[in-house]
Write a protein that binds this ligand. Structure first.
Ligand code: DGJ
Length: 338
């Protein structure tokens, strides 16, 4: 009897241990967040502050090329770390996992230091949308001087998603300074430039012209005096969600979400969409883009950068599942890239 009870005890303990095992073991192919993400040629993916275009069943990931030595711009009262502007890269994928390098789609130049695209300038946060009417791919980006005093939005076009893009120039949208930015294309074909303005104090949303090449005079000011940057706008079931970060240079901080019924409508702020440990630093990263995966069921991919401020080319990527449930956004930490 005693032996039978002992066996039962060990059997229960053993099956308990079995149950306690983590259900999802990392597989050989799993990719760690903020690890060395490689393209299909085995090279480190260089596409920071990026955005994603989904076109004809292919994902195109555009980002800043960060290479060279990181230096601190003198006489600034904030962490103004810089690398030479390296231009814009593109990677393509059918499954968001295997990334093929498509090359430099907009090159930085070295012929004239006054050029917007000179390596001494800032070229950040590239975002590409496709214009059905003109058949052109339109690339918007943040163009700046090394001390971020120029604050322009730049635009370039191409007939192909993989470039090369032809640079058209830069402007201050509706006369306002423009730093961190994104573009958002709505289902009705209208597109918007979302950018940190008024010295990073207030976000602006400008309706773009039908060809997406310039801002119209219709724009709104949102998140007034909230000092938000790194905007990423997406739509779910008729509502618009804008994720932003706080404004702390290259250091991570808490994200927040704002919601509206239309891009030029009234935006209401919600709380931090991140939960659990490291929610207060957006899991040590900063938003850059949100990709719809299955928007109807509220499934999205949150793309973020984990900056290494003193060695910017070693900055990494964090991609997390983002879910919208009953109008609330949640971004969950997970160890591996989805
Ligand atoms: C944070 C921004 O989001 C980045 O794109 C970059 O402009 C840095 N600030 C510069 O400090």
């Amino acid at each position: 009897m005693k032996t039978a009870l002992n066996s039962l005890f060990f059997l229960t303990l053993f099956s308990g241990l079995l149950v306690a095992q983590p259900r999802k073991q990392p597989t050989k192919n799993s990719i760690e967040q903020a690890g060395l993400w490689k393209d299909t040629d085995g090279h480190f993916i260089n596409a920071h502050g990026g955005g994603m275009l989904v076109h004809k069943g292919t994902y195109y990931w555009f980002g800043e090329i960060k290479k060279g030595k990181t230096w601190l711009v003198p006489n600034q009262n904030w962490e103004c770390y810089r690398v030479p502007a390296g231009g814009i890269s593109c990677y393509s994928s059918k499954d968001l996992k295997a990334w093929k390098y498509e090359g430099v789609v907009l090159s930085a130049t070295t012929t004239n230091r006054q050029n917007d695209l000179d390596t001494s300038q800032v070229i950040e946060r590239p975002k590409v949308i496709y214009n059905q009417k003109t058949g052109q791919f339109v690339l918007w980006m943040h163009i700046d001087h090394k001390d971020y005093s120029y604050a322009h939005a730049g635009v370039a076009v191409s007939d192909k998603p993989t470039g090369p893009f032809r640079y058209l120039g830069s402007m201050k949208p509706n006369g306002h300074d423009s730093r961190d930015m994104t573009v958002f294309q709505d289902d009705d074909g209208k597109a918007y430039l979302v950018h940190a303005s008024e010295n990073n104090n207030t976000m602006h949303i400008d309706l773009l012209s039908d060809d997406y090449l310039k801002p119209t005079n219709r724009y709104i000011r949102i998140l007034e005096n909230k000092r938000r940057e790194a905007p990423a706008l997406f739509k779910q079931e008729g509502k618009y969600y804008l994720i932003t970060s706080d404004c702390t240079g290259w250091s991570p901080n808490p994200a927040s979400v704002a919601v509206a019924d239309s891009p030029l409508g009234k935006w209401t702020t919600q709380e931090n969409p991140c939960v659990g440990p490291n929610a207060e630093t957006t899991y040590q990263s900063q938003s850059t883009y949100v990709v719809p995966l299955d928007a109807r069921r509220g499934k999205f991919l949150f793309m973020a950068d984990r900056w290494t401020k003193t060695n910017l080319p070693d900055s990494r990527y964090v991609w997390l599942p983002l879910e919208v449930k009953a109008g609330k956004v949640a971004i969950q930490w997970q160890k591996e890239r989805p």
